[in-house]
Design a binder for this molecule. Structure first.
Ligand code: MG
Ligand code: ZN
Length: 191
């Protein structure tokens, strides 16, 4: 495991489920706004990024749409709810990118990097040189690596660890227990 400090980053890519909100058990999908449960410290972490002038972006695979379990409008409602929950507490997401497709059918589902590329077009100040990606899946870590962005793996509850977690830990540039811990330790650390 490499230990490193990343310094201030302009652009922070955040996975959603398992990083911002509590993920459901493997194979279950969030399909209603009330299923969004913010993880501890997330509001503070995102607020810290906002106050430092970072761009806070979500990049999330939402295969439930491709599987017919959720509509694009349903996902928009979930994301509106997420934004409002955060904004009510002073934390802002600059954009939310999602892939609605099923596996192996597009160039945006992580570990593909379509969402990251699109963000770089939408936010010209952001690039691989000043970005970081924080996720809790092997697909997040692989997407960051393919895009040339350093990665932090969030390992939550060990009992609820996803398949591929061990590999992800090995590939990530750093690991942390929560988004807040990642932000404080690696992005705003004062050595
Ligand atoms: Mg996740
Ligand atoms: Zn896609």
């Amino acid at each position: 495991m490499k230990r490193m400090q990343f310094g201030k980053r302009t652009c922070v890519f955040l996975d959603r489920d398992g990083v911002i909100n509590k993920k459901l058990p493997e194979g279950q999908y969030i399909t209603r706004p009330e299923q969004i449960e913010l993880l501890p410290g997330v509001v503070e972490a995102i607020r810290t990024l906002n106050q430092a002038g970072c761009i806070a972006l979500v990049v999330t695979n939402q295969r439930a749409i491709g599987l017919g379990l959720l509509s694009e409008m349903g996902l928009a409602e979930i994301h509106e709810h997420l934004r409002l929950e955060l904004e009510a507490r002073g934390a802002r997401l600059d954009a939310i990118y999602y892939c609605p497709h099923d596996k192996n059918s597009c160039h945006c589902r992580k570990p593909e990097i379509g969402m990251i590329k699109r963000a770089f077009q939408d936010f010209p100040d952001a690039s691989a040189n000043n970005s970081i990606l924080i996720g809790d899946s092997i697909s997040d870590i692989e997407a960051g690596r393919r895009a040339g962005i350093p990665t932090i793996f969030i390992h939550g509850d060990p009992a609820n660890q996803k398949p591929g977690a061990e590999k992800a830990i090995g590939l990530a540039d750093a690991k942390a227990h929560s988004l807040l811990s990642a932000v404080n330790q690696f992005i705003f650390s004062n050595p």
